[in-house]
Design a protein around this ligand. Structure first.
Ligand code: SAH
Length: 364
């Protein structure tokens, strides 16, 4: 079978290059073309002899995600719909922030976690993405930008549970952050999990990156109602894994907490949260529930949300209310399903890999 180089580490690429009877330096050369110049074929690798290029093409693939559709929100958020080789659809969301962009990427097609509030979970798990497919989301979006340098932050908050696809996600993070890879800083890559405890512990040993945890409730009963994963890893186990998670200087764990009217937005819930987070270096992102069709839950009033926040801050916790971007194109948290409509639709690339129309993404 042909290998897909974009997901391989430097060491793996070197081993592959060696096996092909080539000098080691070709590995770095290949990685530069794939992860820094984002080429789509060996033919574009102009400093590699022509004959060798065609030899390489026989042995390896340069797969790329097929850009099916891009929707642009009123607030500048862009949602990319990508098709995988086997036809499954995934989404990535490019979010303009002050002075830079954050890309929210997917780690699985679908998701097996079945959180009650999340649209992705409704379709179940289709399959894990490969490291190459994860990395390629950043590659294809950068190709689309007039100033790719401004894409500085990556969050694993798209479709899927990243820690349920541990090996490939770790490989992808390695290539996203490698200096000879895409060179994102460890400080600007965040992995968000629903709370798979053994993998959280392993992650802490394996690599440095920011951890976000979708907590969403401060007692087991409510959390189990919202997130079935809590049956396997209840709050006590989750919290001790978080307390033991290694945090380099001044880093904090992000606690995500969706606010749902009448479910987890009471004063008592906030006070429980204070108690739960005692002594943990954390900051809280309060996310007003994003509605989607079929959801029988409501977003609390802004007044209620502010009140909840106030209880937390009064107890010296850092809590911000996350403004959801891209709601009008269903690009906000929990709204990714691979089949939404709305917003301005930008035409896809033509088949030869050239953009049919470039819509520069550098204004916000
Ligand atoms: N599986 C990982 C990564 C997906 S993250 C995780 O659970 O963290 C998606 C984020 O969106 C999570 O913080 C989740 O709690 C949040 N989310 C899901 N559905 C939502 C909804 N309807 N409204 C607001 N936030 C939602």
């Amino acid at each position: 079978m042909k290998v897909d180089l974009k997901g391989m580490s430097l060491a793996e690429t070197e081993a592959w290059v060696e096996e092909a009877g080539l000098p080691l330096y070709r590995a770095r050369q290949l990685r530069r073309w794939l992860l820094k110049s984002w080429v789509r074929s060996f033919d574009e690798m102009t400093d590699i002899p022509k004959l060798l290029r065609s030899e390489l093409a026989e042995k390896a693939h340069i797969n790329h995600l097929e850009r099916v559709k891009v929707q642009v929100s009123k607030d500048g958020t862009r949602k990319y719909l990508f098709e995988l080789q086997d036809g499954y659809l995934i989404e990535a969301v490019l979010i303009p922030e002050r002075g830079h962009f954050t890309l929210c990427i997917s780690s699985q097609a679908g998701c097996a976690m079945r959180c009650r509030f999340c649209l992705t979970g409704k379709q179940g798990l289709k399959r894990n993405l490969t490291a190459a497919e994860i990395v390629d989301q950043a590659v294809q979006v950068k190709r689309d930008m007039t100033d790719p340098e401004r894409l500085t932050n990556i969050v694993f908050m798209g479709m899927g549970e990243p820690l349920a696809n541990y090996e490939e996600v770790v490989k992808a993070v390695a290539n996203l952050t490698a200096e000879d890879g895409m060179n994102f800083s460890h400080r600007t890559v965040t992995l968000s999990t629903c709370g798979l405890v053994p993998q959280i512990r392993k992650l802490g040993r394996d690599m440095t990156l920011n951890l976000a945890v979708s907590l969403n409730a401060s007692n087991d009963e409510t959390r189990t109602y919202l997130m079935p994963v809590n049956l396997s890893y209840p709050l006590s186990e989750l919290m001790s894994a978080l307390r033991e998670f290694p945090l380099p200087n001044r880093r904090m764990i992000t606690i995500e907490y969706i606010l749902i009217e009448g479910v987890n937005d009471k004063d008592e819930d906030a006070l429980n949260l204070v108690y739960l987070l005692e002594g943990l270096r954390s900051k809280i992102n309060l996310i007003p529930l994003n509605p989607h069709s079929g959801l029988k839950m409501e977003t609390p009033s802004m007044e209620r949300i502010r009140h909840f926040q106030e209880i937390l801050t009064r107890h010296y916790l850092t809590a911000v209310v996350r403004k959801s971007k891209g709601r009008d194109i269903s690009a906000a948290c929990g709204q990714l399903s691979g089949e939404s409509t709305g917003g301005e639709v930008v035409p896809p690339y033509e088949k030869d890999g050239k953009a049919a129309t470039m819509h520069p993404v550098d204004s916000f």
